[in-house]
Write a protein that binds this ligand. Structure first.
Ligand code: NAD
Length: 264
């Protein structure tokens, strides 16, 4: 199950967190992985821990040139591209009235333009490899529970993730209509214990006026019926599944991995 033998993946924002754990699991499943990020030192350190099956590439997802260079480097090193994981993202823990226009533009650049550029740049290579593979190539987009239901606290972050949710469905349909053998699916994590997870607790604590991060963490925990917060491993396992041939009949779908948060 969930094997990726002979596959090549490019994962954005994989120097740490969910992306780094996804790279580790993909290599365990038999893939070669190119990791892109703006945190060059952290990214190289992550790759050192992964061995020869991984390379690190500087990739600012807001730059078309960076994306084209990253795809070319992955092709040069590993000879093809089967999987794209649009994982890079940023959080903005501010309400509509508090957020500035500059903050909104930055959020859009990373969370939306980054996904559009990644999909566009990787498309020819994914299309090529999709032709000869049993269930086609795969794109997995990191959306969020915030891309499924409204958010009273982070409306702008939620807007970007809602965009990722529907872009996933639309590209799945566009590629199918054009006969490209590329499956596109999204994953929707609940609150995951990563640097970004910590940023959400800090923002909640700040916004409540108490600055009590532990209390914010407890409140977040209580929104997950399963009784714990998520780990990068919980999400990486879902991403590996969506990228693998075991998800061969899935396209335009969203996999919710949220400990029951949106079941309520
Ligand atoms: P993280 O902050 O640990 O990792 C995000 C990575 O993206 C970092 O390595 C960061 O350097 C990179 N990144 C940011 N801007 C970039 C840019 N312009 N170009 C390239 N890389 C860039 O966060 P994470 O929790 O691992 O998040 C991964 C994805 O999962 C994000 O898209 C996030 O929105 C989504 N997500 C996270 C949670 C959560 O609770 N942690 C919940 C739902 C969805």
């Amino acid at each position: 199950m969930n094997r990726l033998d002979g596959k090549v993946a490019l994962i954005s924002g994989a120097a740490r967190g969910i992306g780094a754990e996804t790279a580790r699991l993909m290599i365990e499943a038999g893939a070669k992985v190119a990791i892109g990020d703006v945190l060059d030192e952290r990214g190289r350190e992550t790759v050192r821990g992964l061995g020869d099956a991984a390379i690190y590439l500087h990739l600012d997802v807001t730059s078309a040139d960076d994306w084209n260079a990253a795809v070319a480097a992955a092709l040069g090193r590993f000879g093809g591209l089967d999987i794209l994981v649009n994982n890079a993202g940023m959080f903005l823990g501010k309400g509509l009235e508090e957020a500035s226009l500059d903050e909104w533009h930055r959020l859009v650049a990373v969370n939306l333009t980054g996904v559009v550029l990644g999909t566009k740049s990787a498309l020819p290579a994914l299309r090529d490899r999709g032709k000869d593979s049993a269930h086609g190539s795969a794109i997995v987009n990191l959306a969020s529970v915030a891309g499924l239901v409204g958010s009273q606290l982070d409306p702008l972050y939620s807007l970007t993730k809602g965009g990722v949710t529907l872009f996933t469905k639309s590209t799945a349909l566009e590629f199918a209509r054009k006969g490209y053998r590329i499956r596109v699916n999204s994953i929707h994590p609940g609150v995951i214990q990563t640097d970004m997870g910590e940023q959400t607790f800090a923002a909640r604590a700040r916004n409540s006026g108490s600055n009590d991060v532990e209390s914010a963490r407890r409140i977040a925990l209580n929104t997950h019926p399963i009784g714990r917060l998520g780990t990068p491993n919980d999400i990486a396992k879902g991403i590996v599944f969506l990228a693998s041939d075991d998800a061969g009949f899935m396209t335009g779908a969203g996999l919710v991995v949220d400990g029951g948060l949106t079941a309520q």
